[in-house]
Write a protein that binds this ligand. Structure first.
Ligand code: NI
Length: 179
C-alpha cells in the first residue's frame, strides 16, 4: 500500500477505457483503492481515477476536508465509486476552472452538467446513489471521464481559457482557487 507514480497526459493508458470490476470485496480491489487514496493524498488531489496510476479498472476516489489546491471549495466527503455511471438531471451546463493531477500546472475552463445523479457500488458491492450539483457534480464527471479515456482538455470549448496557471493568473486571478 503506497502512493504510486501518476501518469501524465500523453501516456496511452490515460486514453483507454477502463474495464468494469467483476468481483467486490477482494484483496486486489482493496489494495488498488488504498494505493489510489495514498496517491491522491500525497498529490493533494481532489479526486483520482484508476487509469491515472495505470490500472484500467472502473474505480474512482474523491473527497477532501481542506485542500490547498482548492482553498475556496467546501469539503467533499471521501468517496469510493466502483463501476460508476452518471445521469444528467436537466440540461443546464455550467463552466468553471478545472485541473487534473495528470495535467500538472495547468487549468482549463470546462463545461459540465450542473446537476447529476450518479450510481455506483462501494468496495463491498453495496449500491450507491447520490444526487449532486456544482463542484461535487463536476468532480464526479471529471473522474468518470478518466474511466472512458477522456481528459478535461478534450472538453474545453474556449481554448483561450486553457493553459499554465501562472500564465492565466494575470487575466483570471481566480484560476488557482477553483477546480
Ligand atoms: Ni483528472
Amino acid at each position: 500500500m503506497s502512493a504510486r507514480p501518476l501518469l501524465r497526459i500523453g501516456h496511452p493508458l490515460l486514453l483507454k477505457s477502463a474495464e468494469a470490476v467483476a468481483e467486490f470485496n477482494t484483496p486486489e480491489l482493496d489494495s488498488l483503492i488504498q494505493d489510489m487514496l495514498d496517491t491522491m493524498a500525497e498529490a493533494d488531489g481532489a479526486g483520482l481515477a484508476a487509469n491515472q496510476i495505470g490500472e484500467l479498472k472502473r474505480v474512482v476516489v474523491f473527497g477532501f476536508d481542506e485542500n490547498p489546491r482548492y482553498p475556496d471549495r467546501d469539503p467533499l466527503p471521501m468517496t469510493i465509486l466502483v463501476n460508476p455511471s452518471i445521469q444528467p438531471v436537466g440540461d443546464i451546463m455550467e463552466e468553471d476552472w478545472e485541473g487534473c493531477l495528470s495535467v500538472p500546472g495547468m487549468r482549463g475552463w470546462v463545461p459540465r452538467h450542473k446537476h447529476i445523479i450518479y450510481r455506483a457500488f462501494d468496495p463491498a458491492g453495496s449500491p450507491i446513489e447520490v444526487e449532486a450539483e456544482g463542484f461535487h457534480a463536476r468532480v464526479v464527471q471529471h473522474e468518470c471521464d478518466h474511466l472512458d479515456g477522456v481528459l478535461y482538455p478534450q472538453r474545453i470549448k474556449d481554448m483561450s481559457k486553457f493553459g499554465y496557471e501562472e500564465e492565466l493568473f494575470e487575466k483570471y486571478p481566480d484560476v488557482a482557487d477553483n477546480c
